[in-house]
Design a binder for this molecule. Structure first.
Ligand code: SF4
Length: 308
């Protein structure tokens, strides 16, 4: 079967081997984060829709899961905000009814939790990982470039509301960018707000893949450690822990190398040429970079990947 909505399973830095489900068209989101590894948001909307036929997504899941593959999580993520998909609840209920052994996680930007009916829809998930990068409206606007209807104080209220009404695990992700939200004041304000949200864990992240905007720079590991100490014992730095997971190198690696042999290409070019999902591509490109087989160059259309 040629999968349109499922990708992977891919090794995830937090979740082991994870089957991804992408419920929104590339690149649909209510934020346009400067660090987004999927590129700039081209469809900035704050309205929920059934972007794709829910039955088609369920068909793919049935087909993929019928042989009981060994995976750690089924993850709602992808190239946009999964909670904008209006039938996410139906898909979660289908999975819990028919494939209950699999744990479900939702990676979300955390902007929609003032709406109790959304929390109700996803209450059977096992883990929710929302993001919050600043407690300051100006910094939020600079980093996350939100849809005009989104206000930070309402998002924070929503996250507090999520904690009150969702009884399983919540890990809050904080993305740190050099000179934008790494000052002592920023972190202290965020700490006070996070205390009210009361997540089970605080996961601190920084840039390690090509961001949507070139000026976005990572902070050092020392800085991440400083921030972790300020946040306290619930905090952890997300690092890639290889749980003996091998990417399917043979096929996907050689397809990408073949494409790059002809000319340098952007992430979007590679997505079109290989039909791989952006998350899978990002993982493979990162491995190829670590193996020093490819390099990045700046071009007229953004960042290009090129063979060394
Ligand atoms: S990082 Fe997430 S929330 Fe931000 S633009 Fe990308 S998909 Fe949307």
């Amino acid at each position: 079967m040629n999968y349109k909505y499922l990708f992977g399973p891919v090794p995830s830095r937090r979740l082991g081997l994870s089957l991804g489900i992408d419920l929104v068209p590339y690149k649909t989101c209510n934020l346009n984060c400067i660090y987004c590894e999927c590129g700039r948001t081209t469809n900035l909307i704050n309205e929920r829709k059934e972007f794709f036929d829910c039955n088609e997504i369920i068909k793919e899941l049935e087909y993929f899961l019928k042989n009981k593959p060994k995976i750690d999580y089924i993850t709602f993520s992808g190239a946009g905000e999964p909670l904008l998909y209006s039938k996410i609840g139906e898909i979660i209920n289908f999975l819990k009814k028919n494939f209950s052994k699999y744990k479900i996680v939702i990676l979300t930007n955390g902007t929609l939790f003032l709406n109790n009916s959304i929390i109700e829809e996803i209450k059977k998930a096992d883990l929710i990982i929302p993001s919050l990068d600043s407690a300051n409206e100006n910094t939020f606007k600079l980093i996350n470039r939100p849809h005009k209807d989104l206000k930070l104080n309402k998002i924070i209220e929503g996250l507090i509301n999520l904690r009150k009404n969702f009884y399983k695990k919540i890990y809050l992700e904080v993305f740190i960018i050099k000179n934008l939200n790494d000052s002592y004041n920023e972190i202290l304000n965020l700490k006070n707000v996070i205390k009210k949200i009361n997540p089970d864990k605080i996961q601190i992240n920084t840039v390690d893949r090509p961001p949507a905007e070139e000026f976005v720079a990572p902070v050092s590991i020392n800085k991440l450690n400083e921030i972790k100490n300020i946040f306290g014992k619930k905090a952890e730095i997300i690092s890639f822990k290889n749980k003996n997971i091998e990417l399917e190198k043979s096929n996907n690696f050689s397809t990408i190398i073949n494409c790059l042999e002809r000319r340098p290409l952007t992430l979007e070019d590679l997505m079109k040429m290989t039909n791989l999902h952006v998350n899978e591509l990002n993982k493979i490109l990162r491995e190829l970079e670590e193996e020093k087989r490819i390099t990045k160059i700046k071009g007229d259309r953004g960042i290009f990947y090129k063979l060394k």
